[in-house]
Design a protein. Structure first.
Length: 134
């Protein structure tokens, strides 16, 4: 495959490259290989609360049973922590998860009209907090 790129003055032209047009600095790479397709975060970390089809890192459905939902949240947090591979990609997941939690909004209202936080969120964040260094 041949790939044309616009060269800058800082780039070095190797022997396998041919200068096509000196006026526009276009360089032809005769041995160009497309890089392998990288995996998405949904492929790298197939967590039970991720939903690639809607691009969400927090696709959960509370049951309405607060205790069960807290247990589900704790299980999700443990799965998240176990998926840690030490990469910057993994480290960027928690802020994305929290942002998607915020986007998801409350799961109803309390008797006095206040927004109700899902037990899944409480269980998840509580378990994450439990694993923070003291």
């Amino acid at each position: 495959m041949t790939r044309l790129i616009k060269a800058t003055k800082l780039q070095t032209i190797e022997p396998d490259q041919v200068l096509i047009n000196n006026m526009t600095n276009v360089v032809q790479f005769s041995n160009w290989v497309d890089p392998p397709k990288s995996k998405s975060q949904y492929e790298l970390y197939p967590l039970p609360f991720f939903a690639a089809e809607i691009h969400s890192t927090w696709a959960v459905k509370p049951t309405g049973d607060y205790s069960k939902d807290c247990e589900t949240g704790r299980a999700y947090a443990i799965a998240f922590l176990e998926s840690c591979d030490g990469t910057y990609g993994w480290c960027s997941l928690l802020p994305q998860i929290v942002a998607d939690m915020i986007r998801a909004g409350p799961c109803g209202t309390t008797a006095n009209g206040e927004p109700k936080v899902s037990g899944i969120v409480i269980g998840f964040m509580g378990e994450i907090g439990r694993h923070l260094p003291r």
